[in-house]
Design a protein around this ligand. Structure first.
Ligand code: CAA
Length: 256
């Protein structure tokens, strides 16, 4: 598929998707979401890919849903089309996905980053849910995921005032896993993704599923789920390979 609003690259076992609507600071319109979803489908189906990176430009990861496209939407249209539901494709990706965020990650841009498994932030990153200034509220998970990341007080303040959070605050608050100098962001994300892509493919996917389960269930059920999945790993050749490699003092070679 030829894409117009994203750039797609493969680096060894890592798939890189770059949001690319520079004239609109990567504002998220129908086309960019359709293309993003198609690229995710392709990387999911590609057995050579073990980890995916989603990034934007130096100036913007994404400045939110496309306000110019959205401004004349009506209630029946948004309801009947289930507007935003298709964005959730990203959160259903089974392979690990890293968000590499530089510049603005606002509204739907912040929400898209939070659908990824973790966020690496450039020191230029700015996160915010400014929808309230447009007379609406976050509609792609902002009130839910931001609250789980940073707690009620900070999420409430950000959603009610629309103020932005810089990278240092985002790291302190637990929104991002690490802050990286902007010039090194994509290279560092590629290194981290390559480490993940070299692990056992099923184990990385099951680990992702298990961490995500902690957001969906009680501690008792989550621990039970984790233990059952852990047990199932002893059926994998990669478990034998990983533990033999440790005992034999060599690097494991996981086959997936
Ligand atoms: N939608 C459509 N176009 C956008 C956009 C958006 N979300 N964000 C920026 N643009 C466009 C601007 O209109 C401008 O286009 P023109 O040159 O044609 O006028 C271009 O991108 C550059 O933007 P600015 O001139 O505004 O750049 P700036 O550096 O002065 O400001 C900014 C940057 C602070 C990010 C500012 O653009 C801004 O506030 N953008 C909107 C952020 C926002 O409100 N996001 C939430 C959207 S609603 C949403 O996401 C709902 C949801 O939960 C799913």
């Amino acid at each position: 598929m030829a894409y117009e609003t994203i750039l797609v690259e493969t680096h060894g076992k890592v798939g890189l998707i770059r949001l690319n609507r520079p004239q609109a600071l990567n504002a998220l319109n129908r086309q960019i979401i359709t293309e993003l979803n198609a690229a995710l489908d392709a990387f999911e189906a590609d057995t050579g890919i073990g980890c995916i990176i989603l990034t934007g430009s130096e100036k913007a990861f994404a400045a939110g849903a496309d306000i110019k496209e959205m401004q004349d939407f009506t209630y029946p249209q948004t309801y009947l089309d289930d507007f935003i539901a298709s964005w959730e494709r990203l959160s259903r990706t089974r392979k690990p996905v890293i968000a590499a965020v530089a510049g603005f990650a606002l509204g739907g841009g912040c929400e898209l980053a939070m659908m990824c498994d973790f966020i690496l932030a450039a020191d230029t990153a700015k996160f915010g849910q400014p929808e309230i200034k447009l007379g609406v509220m976050p509609g792609a998970g902002g009130t839910q995921r931001l609250t789980r990341f940073v707690g009620k007080s900070k999420a409430m303040e950000m959603c009610l005032t629309g103020r932005f959070m810089d990278a240092a605050e985002a790291e302190r608050a637990g929104l991002v896993s690490r802050v990286i100098p902007a010039a090194d962001l994509v290279d560092e994300a590629l290194k981290v993704a390559a480490v993940i892509a070299d692990m056992s493919r099923p184990v990385a996917m099951m680990t992702k599923e298990s961490v995500n389960r902690s957001y969906e269930t009680t501690l008792t059920e989550g621990i039970r789920f984790e233990r059952r999945v852990f047990h199932s790993m002893f059926a994998l050749a990669d478990q034998k390979e990983g533990m033999s490699a440790f005992v034999e003092k060599r690097k494991p070679n996981f086959g997936g």
